[in-house]
Ligand binder design. Structure first.
Ligand code: MG
Length: 409
């Protein structure tokens, strides 16, 4: 059955939120990010981009390239709030939608044609979002997620584009290969070295050849280049949470031990988030007492995947929850309200150094199952009974866990 998939993406989201709060920022080059000497650009306006500035760049360099830019230290909480406003508008308007990131959504409009045209409906939804949130948003509409996402990119800024059934291949043909979302810097370079610059070239190649060059990804890319993508819209409310809990062998009142374990669980879960490219905006802590009475407490927070943000919340929730009157049988931590997104959301608070530190730590965990200080991160797991997350790979992609070679024996 033919599908109708809508992709919506807020334009320069952080910048637009700042402009919504202060209209004097309109039409000016804006940099949002860490304002310290070692800060990083998290987002920039189109006016700043024309100076060659892009996100992820050191703020210092961006300021040199575009000295007249207004630099704003962003605030994750404000953006999370605005993201939720837009989410609620979409939730009301369509029966099935996916929140792909803080500023990006898919909706499955299949079968809604009978009542009124999907394009008409999408246009009305877009106008409503602009009116009610005050934020510019663009959309692409087609038969699948991939083509709609590319169409949104072509429509930007603040516009919309429909790709009719049967024209997907010809729509993609003239584009540079890196416009296909799965083509990163590395793949682009491999293709470039082979003389493949346009999507059209991939379309003209035999499928087997792409397979030979890029393996399994090559076949996927070949299909994408033809505008084919079967992936479903994953309903927002079904997005899973991640959690970790531990029943003590013997009920305990050892506060230090409990706090240590909560920290370890928080670290492991945050690592899983980053590894799966996810952010959470709801933390909860659970305590089950010796009499089996179970209590939990949750806190809504700005989207994050950083240990140094999450762990203090966990500790605080535990302190609020724990009554010290009875021994504890079980404690647990849960992160829910997950969306896809990079650690980048916390760039405002953080320096490039901290960001690099997280990346380095995660790399070490992924590679060796050791933490940055050289002790096996299993030590928590083995002493406290927490499964080792260092060897789990990405918990969100359904792939089986990767077992490091040195643990095979
Ligand atoms: Mg966006």
């Amino acid at each position: 059955m033919d599908r109708t998939i809508l992709h919506l993406d807020l334009d320069t989201f952080f910048v637009s939120v700042e402009r919504r709060l202060d209209s004097r920022l309109n039409h000016k080059p804006i940099l949002v990010g860490g304002t310290g000497d070692r800060g990083v650009v998290a987002a920039c306006s189109y006016e700043a981009r024309s100076f060659g500035v892009h996100s992820g760049m050191p703020m210092k360099m961006a300021r040199m390239m575009c000295p007249e830019a207004i630099v704003i230290r962003g605030e994750a909480g404000t953006y999370t709030q605005h993201s939720k406003v837009v989410t609620e508008i979409i939730r009301e308007a369509v029966p099935l939608f996916e929140k792909a990131s803080i500023d990006e959504f898919y909706a499955d409009l299949s079968g809604m044609d009978k009542f009124f045209g999907c394009y008409h409906m999408a246009s009305e939804l877009r106008q409503r979002i602009i009116r009610e949130s005050g934020l510019p948003i663009s959309f692409g509409l087609s038969t699948n997620k991939l083509v709609s996402k590319v169409a949104t990119g072509e429509a930007k800024p603040n516009n919309q584009l429909k790709i009719d059934w049967g024209t997907e291949k010809e729509f993609l043909a003239p584009m540079p290969v890196k416009k296909i979302p799965m083509v990163g810097e590395k793949t682009n370079q491999i293709l470039y070295n082979l003389g493949i610059k346009q999507v059209r070239t991939i379309q003209e190649m035999p499928m087997e050849m792409m397979g030979t060059v890029l393996g399994k990804n090559g076949l996927l890319l070949w299909n994408r280049a033809h505008g084919r993508d079967e992936s479903p819209v994953i309903p927002f409310h079904e997005r899973k949470s991640i959690s970790n809990e531990r029943t003590f062998g013997k009920d305990t009142g050892d506060l230090r031990r409990m706090r240590e374990m909560l920290r370890a669980m928080g670290e492991n879960l945050a690592f899983q988030l980053r590894n799966g490219n996810k952010l959470t905006s709801c933390v909860s802590v659970k305590i089950r007492y010796a009499d089996f009475n179970t209590y939990s407490r949750q806190l809504k927070i700005p989207y994050t995947s950083a240990d140094h943000v999450l762990i203090p919340h966990i500790e605080h929730l535990f302190d609020q929850l724990y009554n010290r009157r009875m021994l504890v049988r079980l404690i647990g931590v849960n992160f829910s309200d997950l969306v896809s997104g990079h650690y980048q959301i916390n760039l405002f608070d953080d320096t490039e150094e901290k960001l690099n530190l997280y990346q380095a730590m995660d790399h070490i965990r992924n590679r060796y199952g050791y933490n940055s200080k050289g002790s096996p991160i299993l030590s928590w797991g083995t002493t406290l009974g927490i499964p080792n997350m260092g060897s789990m790979g990405n918990p969100f992609n359904g792939e089986p866990p990767i077992i490091p070679a040195h643990r095979n024996a």
